[in-house]
Design a protein around this ligand. Sequence first.
Ligand SMILES: [Zn+2]
Length: 74
Amino acid sequence: MNEIRCGSCRKLLMKARPNAIIDAIEIKCPRCGTMNNLRPVVIDQQEPVSERQERRDTEALNGQVKKGGPAASS
Ligand SMILES: [Zn+2]
């Protein structure tokens, strides 16, 4: 069971199994009133981070291609 906590005050909002959430949901924290947007992806997985790293790698690669490329015709 994953503990779904408020992103602002860390109050425990609910517990859910990894597959319990099949679509995006919003839950308002009863303590601080923060609207927490939750996605089916398990929060513990840092998928957004790896996605960023992929993008950075791609950008770096493109930069190298531009710099190392023989055609500097701009
Ligand atoms: Zn809260």
